[in-house]
Design a protein around this ligand. Structure first.
Ligand code: ADP
Ligand code: MG
Length: 249
């Protein structure tokens, strides 16, 4: 696969800096994610991967620089911001499902409230998505009745229910028991093959190699290397990347 420079970026980040007090958490970040592209962000803990993800749907503001999603600058507030967050689906390490709502209600809440989708239509779509993530039959149970891997697949279905322009995954399998990791990665890999634009933070190097169009390696708030998966894993260019890979592979 080629590390192509996309014509119409779905996400464009340029010159972004972010501080937390004295800590310079993001340093002059430039990154574009093309339509349909899968970018895997890897790097040591504390390198700024989550912060970078969170800036894309404005869960974090930036100190300087520009970010656009689908060509538009990020809205600051109100309905436009709610729409942005619906456009940028996010799946975190912890499933963040509403415990007091059924699986179906978890998935339909956003479409009904934010997208103003009629309830019956939202439920029909939710059932299709549950089938797609291998959970048809679980519509009416509560999250606590599901395994971690099942809950994470519900979280993916919930993101997809908004018809997002892109999906971001921040260590979606890090909290899972080992035997549940693949069922989540398989759903993500299917999504990638179907053309979903994705930004994925993961320590699953096998997934990165299989699913990524580009690997972006971060360390200490900077993008240190950007390469195709084969280039990155077979021939990392920087000492930092070589050192990181020697510890995780
Ligand atoms: P990663 O996801 O790569 O592990 P993070 O983006 O979570 O890294 O964190 C980058 C750095 O910013 C870390 O040093 C972290 O402690 C710090 N950081 C992240 N969020 C905050 C915050 N809300 N307040 C202060 N420091 C933060
Ligand atoms: Mg993180």
């Amino acid at each position: 696969m080629e590390a192509t420079q996309p014509k119409t970026p779905m996400v464009s980040i340029s010159g972004v800096n972010k501080h937390f007090g004295d800590l310079h958490a993001l340093k002059d970040i430039d990154l574009t994610v093309g339509d349909g592209e899968v970018v895997v962000l890897i790097g040591p803990s504390g390198s700024g991967k989550s912060t970078l993800c969170r800036t894309i749907n404005r869960l974090e503001t930036v100190d300087s620089g520009d970010i656009t999603v689908a060509g538009k600058p990020l809205p600051a507030e109100g309905r436009a911001l709610a729409n942005l967050r619906a456009d940028v689906g996010m799946v975190f390490q912890h499933f963040n499902l509403f415990a007091h709502l059924t699986v179906l209600q978890n998935i339909t809440l956003g479409p009904i409230k934010v997208r103003r989708t009629p309830k019956a239509k939202a439920e029909e779509r939710a059932r299709q998505l549950l089938e797609r993530v291998g959970l048809s039959g679980k519509a009416d149970v509560y999250p606590s009745q599901l395994s971690g891997g099942q809950q994470q697949r519900v979280a993916i279905a919930r993101g997809l229910a908004m018809d997002p322009k892109l999906m971001m995954f921040d260590e979606p399998t890090s909290a899972l028991d080992p035997e549940m990791i693949n069922e989540v990665l398989d759903v993500m890999h299917d999504l990638a093959r179907e053309g979903m634009t994705m930004v994925v933070v993961t320590h699953e190097m096998g997934f990165a190699r299989r699913a990524a169009n580009r690997v972006v390696f971060m360390a200490e708030g900077q993008i240190v290397e950007t390469a195709t998966p084969d280039e990155f894993f077979d021939n990392p260019q920087t000492e930092r990347a070589q050192d990181f890979l020697s510890k995780v592979m």
